[in-house]
Design a protein around this ligand. Structure first.
Ligand SMILES: *Cc1c(COP(=O)(O)O)cnc(C)c1O
Length: 246
């Protein structure tokens, strides 16, 4: 049984080693702790160890945990499929949204950002494909559509385009998919120099993602120790994260 401090330390060490192996400064890769299915107390423990960024993939869970932990200076991220009618609730928390894959969602977030006088930070989620019929993270824009989507999102007042996000296809070596993502990110950066972040890499593939240029890894399982039991909501809406062995 490892402690949260041991696990955080181990993940940070993996990030640093992967960065150095790629000839990169470890400080250029940040860690997003994906706290879906964790009780609020587990978030609090990691926050006490200096972890400030947390991600959720269900709007209700994000809103509930943010309320429960409102005394902490946390930065929330949303990494799941977001319906337009839930977008406002997530955006009002100041959450960074990693899963924008269509203009209707970008516009819904932009409305909140404009109203609040604080633009919503967004990533465009790219669909890197995957084995047919598998349970995987749904959503993500077709790579061919991403440059035009980036132009349209960047032109919206109430959002700021931070970069691209993706989940590697399951059951295959992640390197080639991350390389395609990195090439697309490079192309988007040419027209949108501010969109310099790349949200890629999870517990199982953060090394490959960092080698490809990831600036933000999203890690759940490796920080949680044992995989938490799926919540009821997860049982009715299977997701990549709750299905994939760590
Ligand atoms: C759950 C999840 C993660 C974290 O995955 P682990 O394999 O548990 O590290 C990262 N990104 C997304 C989009 C997720 O849903």
């Amino acid at each position: 049984m490892t402690s949260p401090a041991d696990r955080l330390q181990a993940v940070r060490a993996r990030i640093a080693a992967a960065a150095r192996a790629a000839g990169r400064d470890p400080a250029t890769v940040s860690l997003l702790a994906v706290s879906k299915t964790w009780p609020a107390g587990a978030v609090r423990e990691l926050a006490a160890l200096g972890q400030g960024d947390f991600g959720e993939n269900r709007a209700q869970e994000l809103i509930g945990k943010a309320a429960e932990l409102a005394d902490l200076p946390l930065r929330w991220h949303f990494v799941g499929q977001l319906q337009r009618n839930k977008a406002a609730g997530v955006a009002r928390l100041g959450a960074v949204v990693h899963s924008v894959d269509r203009m209707s969602l970008a516009r819904a977030l932009a409305r909140v950002g404009t109203e609040a006088g604080r633009p919503v930070e967004v990533f465009l989620q790219v669909d890197l494909g995957g084995p047919e019929g598998e349970l995987a993270v749904r959503g993500g824009a077709d790579p061919a559509d991403v440059p035009a989507l980036a132009d349209a999102v960047a032109a919206e007042e109430g959002v700021v385009l931070r970069g691209l996000m993706a989940v590697a296809p399951r059951g295959t070596e992640p390197g080639p998919a991350f390389a395609r993502l990195a090439a697309l990110a490079e192309r988007v950066r040419r027209d949108h120099p501010g969109a310099r972040e790349l949200s890629a890499g999870m517990s199982a593939d953060l090394e490959e993602a960092i080698a490809a240029g990831s600036t933000l890894v999203r890690v759940g399982t490796a920080l949680a120790g044992v995989r938490p039991l799926p919540s009821r909501e997860d049982e009715s809406h299977p997701s990549h994260g709750s299905q994939q062995p760590g």
